[in-house]
Design a protein around this ligand. Structure first.
Ligand code: ATP
Length: 470
């Protein structure tokens, strides 16, 4: 009996295993909970964490607190008084734990600063460990002292000061595995001719465009895009053009041909505008005189080239003229321009870009859109022109047909179902001044200006025959 009792008190192997598993599970659970709360001292040691409350992962920001913190922009740190305490927010670009210190670089757009967190009075080992484990690209909020450095920090944009950190919080964590490293994406194509360093392919960049777009070069590209739009808008407004917004959902193909995206529109078929052409002209028929519009245009052309997109930004203008469509191209420019050839449209691209910019006048009518006016002396030719930059077409323009019968004839000749554009044709039945205009593709101009090899680089989220995401 005594033996039996003894045996009964010794747990079986199975029970032991079960208990061990249970304990392991509980430990893991506690560790996970502690990590989640950024409370590493529970995991790390039994000693009191002197940095409690000075680091951790913040709960999801739901704008519940109205406290206004004075944050210092990373780019302004060099101007900040030495030894002052600042709060900064940015991405964790890189980090390196070294003994009792964690060095990390914080980045926001083209600005970056070196930060140091070192074990001390208020900084515990646990805090340094937490900091070393923050994943790259996480958004972090840091508080620290601005300290002048004895040596220039070559790897950062802020080179004369660093931040001695005493608070660090994760605002929004990035997943540990990034599909591309920002450092790799930041490397210029021209650098490292032997190809020893990692390159990021165009597809990887475009598949992960949100990461790719974080690089300073991409921010610069889209500043140029914004600059071209601004220059276009300001130049035309100065000359009395009225900006208009045109529909993108239309009942017929605006440029004709097969290159149009169709979609179902309740019980009917609709199309995505291949250009704002019809509406610019209808504004002229409404006596607007000079109009321009900036907006997306869609081309269903299966052109897998470095210069074609299926959706791009059209910078389009149209104006009524008095005698000859050259009034549009040769609209007298500001007095400060030196040569008579530097006219409005040319100036938009030439003044700043100074490339091999030129205009080609007159094209065979057959290759121009249906709404293009033929030349009176040689009806096989059109009253049209193209502008080129670095040898590639950036703008095409022409005199338009403002006679409804002739327009109908030309549309039929181009195989266009006239009933789908009837309201456009009818716009010319009640008198319309002769007019001409043109259109520039924003992304193509920026690509050529910057000397880039691919139009996808100047489109924020490019659309081409193979790409519809992100
Ligand atoms: P391309 O001959 O290059 O295909 P296009 O003759 O069709 O151009 P237009 O329809 O007159 O050109 O468009 C006016 C401008 O719009 C062009 O000069 C160009 O800058 C731009 N553009 C035209 N098609 C595209 C496209 N698929 N992707 C990007 N930009 C374009």
């Amino acid at each position: 009996m005594a033996e039996d009792k003894e045996n009964a008190e010794v747990p079986s192997k199975k029970a032991l295993k079960k208990a061990q598993k249970h304990a392991e599970k509980a430990a893991k659970k506690a560790e996970y909970k502690a990590q989640k709360e950024g409370d590493t001292d529970q995991v790390d040691s039994e000693t009191q964490d002197v940095s409690e409350g000075l680091y951790g992962t913040l709960p999801m920001n739901q704008s519940s607190q109205k406290i206004a913190f004075e944050y210092t922009f990373i780019g302004d740190l060099s101007k900040t008084k030495a030894n002052s305490v600042v709060k900064i927010t940015g991405r964790l670009h890189t980090s390196r734990a070294k003994g009792k210190q964690c060095f990390f670089v914080m980045r926001m757009r083209e600005h970056s600063v070196q930060c140091v967190l070192a074990v001390g009075d208020k900084v515990s080992k646990q805090m340094v460990k937490f900091c070393g484990n923050i994943t790259r690209e996480s958004i972090i909020n840091v508080e620290g002292k601005v300290v002048a450095t004895s040596q220039k920090i070559e790897s950062c944009s802020v080179q004369d000061v660093e931040i001695q950190v005493h608070k660090v919080f994760v605002e929004s964590a990035a997943e540990p595995r990034l599909p591309l490293q920002i450092e790799d994406a930041m490397r210029p194509d021209t650098e490292d001719a032997e190809g020893l360093q990692i390159r990021v392919s165009q597809d990887t960049r475009l598949d992960n465009r949100v990461l790719d777009l974080r690089t300073p070069i991409n921010h610069a590209i889209f500043k140029v895009n914004a600059g071209v739009i601004k220059l276009f808008r300001e130049s035309l407004e100065k000359r009395g053009f009225n900006e208009i917004v045109c529909p993108k959902l239309i009942s017929g193909a605006s440029e004709g041909g097969a290159n149009v995206f169709g979609l179902s529109y309740f019980e009917r078929k609709a199309f995505l505008a291949q250009s704002p052409q019809l509406y610019k002209q209808m504004a002229i028929a409404s006596d607007f005189g000079k109009v321009f519009t900036i907006g997306p245009v869609f081309r269903a052309e299966n052109s897998n080239t470095h210069r074609h997109l299926t959706e791009f930004t059209g910078l389009d203008l149209e104006m009524a003229f008095h005698h000859h469509y050259h009034e549009v191209i040769q609209m007298e420019d500001d007095e400060d321009l030196s040569t008579p050839n530097e006219k409005l449209l040319g100036r938009l691209v030439k003044a700043k870009y100074d490339t091999d910019f030129y205009i080609m006048d007159k094209y065979p009518l057959a290759v121009r859109p249906f709404y293009t006016m033929p030349d009176a002396e040689n009806p096989k030719w059109s009253n049209s022109y193209d502008m080129f930059m670095r040898g590639e077409e950036i703008l095409s323009g022409a005199q338009r047909i403002h006679n409804p019968e002739f327009l109908t004839e030309r549309a039929k000749a181009h195989g266009i179902a006239v009933d789908t554009i009837q309201s456009y044709i009818d716009a010319f039945r009640y008198g319309c001044p002769p007019h001409a205009g043109g259109g520039i593709g924003l992304e193509r101009v920026s690509m050529l200006y910057l000397g880039l090899d691919n139009i996808r680089k100047t489109s924020l989220f490019p659309r081409d025959p193979k790409r519809l995401t992100p």
